[in-house]
Ligand binder design. Structure first.
Ligand code: GLU
Length: 381
């Protein structure tokens, strides 16, 4: 039944991890890359819209320069620039054989985090798809600075790997399906590399905390691991998309998926239908600070979808401006929601614990009763 559903997907994001684009000896897996291209071309010819998110640039650049490590400052960025053109040359040649034009899009966190850039990117990607072109997306490691900047406590960047990037793209474009191709068969009950009794989970109806706890860190080469794939699945299923994690080393795996073969782990959509703005607040933008709230406020936000009033605030961390997005944490410092603030951190600090009626007395003006309005809050659990 669910396998049948997958074949009906019209707009599909496919993410290829570093480890499926190269062989175990680190050489480019040329025949596999061409088989992906052949499979995707088939889908495009059937009228489906495919967006490809591809890793592999850093690995290819490293190989080209014969380097053992990319740890030194600037080396990974340089490798990304060197490898990206090589990576694209495979796609250009391969899709060219099938007469399918491609477009390269390299993205950093700001392209999602700043709302006007996010909306403009969506318009552009939709246009590219309308033209019947396959967008080929990668994180722009050459200019991205997230891995270099120390992340202040209470702040977060919206993505640092292609798993999350592919989920953000799927969310931005309302894709029906995200396929994450990696080097294991799907989600297991335990890490199959360490535990021979681990069993493949075929279907995940809901990405619960228990499922999230099965997430492991990245293996060699790639930046994401099962944890980032589960985070991707959580976002996509919350807006009504489906997700499939499967082994990209299975020959012609994409065609097999669309031939309804029982491959990988499928994540079913929730009934939540999270609207776009809430998705952006919850997942697509950088987090500038943190507001800690008392248990009463937490309950009101999660159970009654209430706004956050100053009376419920205990603490404010870091500096943020009105209109920026912050983490909302409980008394144990656990993040349970994110929201776009009506007041700056400086204003918030002055009105911590105050009654909304007193805001004007304290600040000399009052633009809102709430520090975060309910429509601008996204619960994370
Ligand atoms: N952008 C990186 C690359 O092209 C990969 C990022 C990731 O593995 O998530 O090598």
């Amino acid at each position: 039944m669910q396998r049948e559903e997958l074949t009906k997907a019209k707009r599909i994001v496919i993410k290829l991890g570093t480890n499926v684009l190269r062989n175990t000896d680190g050489e480019v897996a040329i025949s596999r890359i061409y088989s992906f291209i052949e499979d995707i071309s088939k889908l495009v010819k059937q009228g489906k819209e495919v967006i490809l998110v591809t890793s592999g640039a850093v690995g290819l650049g490293k190989k080209k320069l014969n380097l053992d490590s990319t740890a030194e400052d600037g080396v990974k960025q340089a490798c990304a620039a060197i490898g990206q053109s090589r990576l694209m040359s495979f796609y250009e040649n391969g899709f060219g054989i099938f007469d399918i034009p491609i477009a390269q899009i390299l993205l950093t966190e700001d392209d999602f985090s700043l709302r006007y850039k996010y909306l403009s990117l969506r318009t552009t990607l939709n246009k590219i798809l309308e033209f019947g072109v396959v967008p080929i997306i990668n994180q722009n490691d050459t200019v991205s600075t997230i891995q270099m900047n120390p992340v202040l406590s209470g702040t977060k960047v919206c993505f640092a790997d292609n798993d999350k990037l592919s989920a953000l793209v799927a969310s931005e474009l309302d894709a029906d399906l995200l396929i994450l191709l990696t080097d294991i068969d799907g989600l297991y009950t335990a890490n199959p590399k360490e535990n021979p009794d681990a069993k493949l989970i075929k279907k995940v109806p809901c990405v619960t905390d228990e499922i999230m706890a099965l997430g492991t860190d990245a293996s060699d080469g790639g930046r994401g691991g099962m944890r980032t794939k589960l985070e991707a699945a959580k976002l996509v299923t919350r807006f009504g998309g489906k997700v499939l994690i499967a082994n990209g080393k299975i020959p012609y795996v994409i065609s097999k998926i669309f031939d309804k073969e029982d491959i990988g782990t499928i994540f079913l959509p929730s009934n939540e239908n999270l609207p776009d703005k809430k998705r952006w607040i919850g997942y697509a933008t950088n987090i500038r600070g943190q507001i800690t709230v008392n248990n009463g406020a937490k309950k009101a936000i999660l159970e009654q979808c209430s706004s956050l009033l100053p009376i419920g605030i205990i603490n404010v961390l870091n500096d943020f401006k009105q209109g920026e997005v912050v983490s909302i944490c409980d008394e144990n410092n656990v993040e349970f929601a994110r929201g776009m603030v009506n007041y700056s951190s400086e204003e918030c600090r002055k009105i911590v614990g105050a009654h909304s009626n007193d805001i004007e007395k304290i600040l000399g003006y009052k633009n809102y009763d709430a520090v975060i309005t309910r429509d601008n809050i996204t619960g994370l659990i």
